[in-house]
Design a protein around this ligand. Structure first.
Ligand code: UTP
Length: 289
């Protein structure tokens, strides 16, 4: 069965302060993993999962993102002239990944507020995907496609991507309390943001991939500022538990958190090890360190 969910919101208006000074002028989402920006990896995942419209919630300082997903005839002509024909398709493919829509979040008021900014691009009662491109995932089947399959079983419920971490790491994440439905599919009973390990209900944590019921916009509209004096998405997700239900999928794949320096380097190493042109030399290089 083909999924009816065709739109994904990418909240990318954050400051990226953990990467200063690089992010003084460069958008965090444009930092490169292997040979393309972090954001492009997430857009490829969405496109391969059948998502047709990519809605970027961005800031006015991140124009390079718009340019990256547009075609550049000037560059294409230059590559043609220099007979770099192999590279031409690599710079054309971005604009073919879907339809791109942009909305400006004028101030970083929180992830919940960023999602809310995209409301006018979503039809009433249309469910949609949210992707945080900081998380890039290597998997056989794109994670959004795995989640859409589960979503079909939930009668309009929301689905969160989940990952098990060691108990001492839970304080960095949103952590769920659950009833197990089947194998790696969970019904969420509660969601706790960044708990102390001794108070965490489990070690299943929320990763930056969501399928959300339209109802979340009504909740975000009324949502008061929470942690960090920002409008948090998690606070509204908790209200989805009751109806139409909040579910979780422990996805198949390896996630790298490119929002911090160590995760970003780990992503580059792992994507490099998957690249047939450099993997052997990279492996040798790593052995020497
Ligand atoms: P982060 O918590 O990683 O914040 O946001 P950040 O600003 O990107 O990075 P640091 O913490 O300062 O280093 C998670 C996601 O939510 C988006 C970010 O762009 C990122 O994709 N976001 C966050 C917004 O779009 N708007 C906001 O107001 C806050």
């Amino acid at each position: 069965m083909q999924s009816k969910i065709k739109k994904a919101i990418f909240p990318i208006a954050g400051l990226g302060s953990r990467f200063l000074p690089a992010t003084k002028t460069l958008a965090k989402e444009m930092l490169i993993v292997l040979d393309r920006p972090i954001l492009e990896w997430a857009v490829i995942e969405a496109s391969m999962s059948g998502i047709e419209e990519m809605i970027f919630v961005t800031s006015s300082k991140k124009n390079s993102i718009i340019e990256h997903f547009n075609r550049s005839l000037e560059l294409e002509n230059l590559l043609k002239k220099k007979k770099k024909n192999n590279q031409i398709s690599s710079v054309q493919s971005q604009s073919e990944l879907g339809k791109f829509t942009y909305v400006i979040q004028d101030e970083p008021k929180g992830l919940g507020h960023a999602v809310w900014c995209a409301k006018r691009f979503i039809e009433k009662n249309e469910n949609f995907v949210v992707m945080l491109p900081d998380d890039i995932i290597l998997s056989k089947k794109p994670v959004i496609a795995q989640m859409l399959k589960i979503h079909e079983k939930t009668s309009g419920g929301s689905v969160l991507a989940l990952e098990k971490v060691s108990k001492k790491e839970v304080f960095k994440y949103g952590v769920i309390d659950f009833t197990k439905k089947k194998d790696n599919f969970y019904q969420i009973k509660n969601l706790v943001e960044k708990p102390h390990p001794s108070k965490a209900p489990s070690n299943l944590t929320v990763v930056g991939r969501y399928i959300l019921n339209y109802k979340v916009f009504d909740l975000l509209e009324k949502q008061k500022k929470g942690h960090g004096n920002e409008i948090q998405l998690t606070d509204s997700l908790i209200s989805l538990i009751e109806k139409p239900g909040l579910y979780g999928l422990e996805f198949d794949g390896n996630r790298y958190d490119c929002g911090n320096k160590l995760g970003f380097i780990e992503a580059n190493v792992n994507f490099g090890l998957k690249d047939k042109n450099i993997s052997k030399n990279l492996r040798n290089l790593l052995r020497k360190i």
